[in-house]
Write a protein that binds this ligand. Structure first.
Ligand code: ZN
Ligand code: ZN
Length: 339
């Protein structure tokens, strides 16, 4: 048996429970989890905003650990290797999988921490190809936020077609945003970050944001126009997506600007088509990431191009303290659970 943090449905508290320790089948590896990041998605599960209907379920899709045992037919990784786990297992046959876009698979075989038991546990079992080697020099705790935070940023930045000289508005500052700010800066873009929390804005500035705006002062679109001398934002990454922020995000768009939704709330997005027509602006969503993007994100962190931000490290049993801090907006970066 092993300890795991289990989800039992919307509005019900997570519970630390004893569940059977999994065993690796053909082509799979058993990983002893050493660090697992708490993502905002966990709050969406708890509120019921995201309800995929699978429960009980071990949450946690940012997983780092050490391979303890390999199943029949696995050549790599080997027992003892440090790895970070990719959380989608696509069918491998649909058009999306064949194009490398496993996050859009038509027939997912697994999605750890979403519909399949994830990383808030002592052990996880995944196909060998989902276990990406972790270079020495990145600690387990620092690596965990790569799994969703940095890799989702790599994915969204790709969809946004970031280019040198672009003005990039990052609306809301969390783990994905810290990745976006650094990626946009690396690409030669000028970053404007918006948050309610001064400490998050300080961190955003430290990671390369040229300008930071306090959301509490309002008038975000107007201030973006001022900073850019009327141009607006070529790319807006929406990580908050309330009625108020979505209106400002849309109003801040430059001509041919790209609004990319990564976050969501209870609120719907309403826009008059004329706002998009006369600016030729486009609106898209970004969900998760691909295995190739995880490999790229690990490489960027290993080479020191991107830094992850960890607020605190907690023993698995203290998961509720992490959830509470996340819900109150108190975390500057990830809370990491150590099983
Ligand atoms: Zn996540
Ligand atoms: Zn597929």
């Amino acid at each position: 048996m092993m300890r795991a943090v289990r989800y039992h449905g919307p509005k019900l508290p997570l519970q630390l429970e004893s569940v059977p320790k999994p065993t690796p089948k053909v082509g799979e590896v058993l990983v002893k989890v050493t660090a697992a990041g708490l993502c905002h998605t966990e709050l969406h599960f708890l509120s019921g905003l995201l309800n995929l209907g699978v429960q009980p379920l071990t949450l946690g899709h940012e997983m780092v650990g050490v391979v303890e045992e390999v199943g029949v037919g696995v050549e790599s990784p080997k027992a003892g290797d440090r790895v970070i786990l990719y959380y989608y297992v696509g069918c491998g046959r649909c058009a999306h999988c064949l194009a490398g876009d496993e996050n859009l698979c038509d027939a997912l075989r697994a999605e750890y921490g979403f519909v399949t038991d994830g990383g808030f546990a002592e052990y996880a079992v995944v196909p060998a190809r989902n276990a990406v080697p972790l270079p020495a020099g990145i600690s387990d705790e620092a690596a965990a936020p790569i799994g969703c935070g940095v890799t989702t940023a790599v994915h969204a930045a790709g969809l946004a077609r970031l280019a040198a000289g672009d003005v990039v508005l990052v609306y809301g500052v969390g783990a994905v945003s810290f990745g976006l700010i650094q990626l946009a800066s690396l690409a030669g873009a000028e970053v404007i970050a918006v948050s309610r929390t001064p400490a998050k804005l300080d961190k955003a500035k430290g990671l390369g944001a040229a300008h930071v705006l306090s959301a509490t002062e309002g008038k975000v679109a107007e201030r973006v126009r001022e900073i850019t001398r009327g141009h607006g934002a070529d790319v807006v990454f929406e990580l908050v997506a309330t009625k108020e922020t979505m209106a400002a995000s849309t109003a801040a768009l430059a001509k041919r600007g790209r609004l990319v939704f990564i976050g969501y709330s209870e609120d719907s997005y309403t826009v008059h088509p004329i706002q998009l027509v006369i600016t030729e602006a486009s609106v898209t969503g970004a969900v998760g990431n691909t295995l190739g993007e995880l490999v790229r994100a690990v490489d960027l962190v290993a080479r020191g191009k991107i830094r992850t931000v960890v607020d605190r490290v907690l023993p698995l049993g203290e998961f509720q303290a992490g959830i509470d801090a996340l819900a109150k907006g108190k975390l500057i970066g990830r809370a990491i659970l150590k099983p």
